[in-house]
Design a protein around this ligand. Sequence first.
Ligand SMILES: [Fe+2]
Length: 216
Amino acid sequence: MPIATKKPAAKAKAQVAPAAGTNSDKDNGTAKAQPLLNQQGQILQSFGTVLPNLPLALDAKTRKSSVDQLNQILADTMSLRDLYKKHHWQTVGPTFYQLHLLFDKHYQEQSELIDEIAERIQVLGGLSIAMAPDVAELTAIPRPPRDREEVPVQLSRLLEAHQIILKEVRESAEKAADAGDDGTNDLLVSQVLRTNELQAWFLYEHVVDTPLTRAE
Ligand SMILES: [Fe+2]
C-alpha cells in the first residue's frame, strides 16, 4: 500500500542573525552564538523515489523494487518489535521471568534487524519509513488490543506476526535474487529469515501442552 506524501511546505525564512561583527544593542552581543531555530526548507527527496544514478552496478528499476519490498518488511518488523516490548511489559503468570527476558531479547534482535533493513533501503537510493503513523498505515500485522492478554494469546500473536514476515521475506528474497540484487537477498535470507525462524522456534516450543511436574 503506497504512503501518501505531503507536498513540501512553503519555504520559510529562518530567524536571521544580525550581520557578523555587528553586535547591536538589540542582540545584546549574542548574535554569533544564537542557534537558528524553526528552520524549514526544500525536501531533498520524495518518499517512494530512488536516486537514478548510484555506483552500485544495479539499475534503478531493480533498486526501486527492492526498496518497496524492504519498506513493507521494515514496517512489519517494527510492528513485531513493538509487539515484543508490549508483551515484555504485560506478561503474567508462572513463566513471567523467562518470558519477560525472552521477549526483551527478541525485541533487541528485531531492533538490530530494523536498522539493517532501513540502511539497506538507503544504500539502494530509496527512503525508509521511520515514524509510527507510517508504520501503522503500511504494516500487515494485525493491531493488538491495548489490554493485557494471557500468555498463550501473547505467544499466538507473536507467532502469527513471525509467519507474516517469514512469508513476505521468502517472496522478496526470491524476487531480489531473480533481479540480481544479491545484497538484498543476502540480508533477507541470512539475517531476517534466519532470525525470525529461530525466534519462532523459541516461542512455539512454549505452547506444546506437556505436563510440568508429573508425566502422563
Ligand atoms: Fe524492560
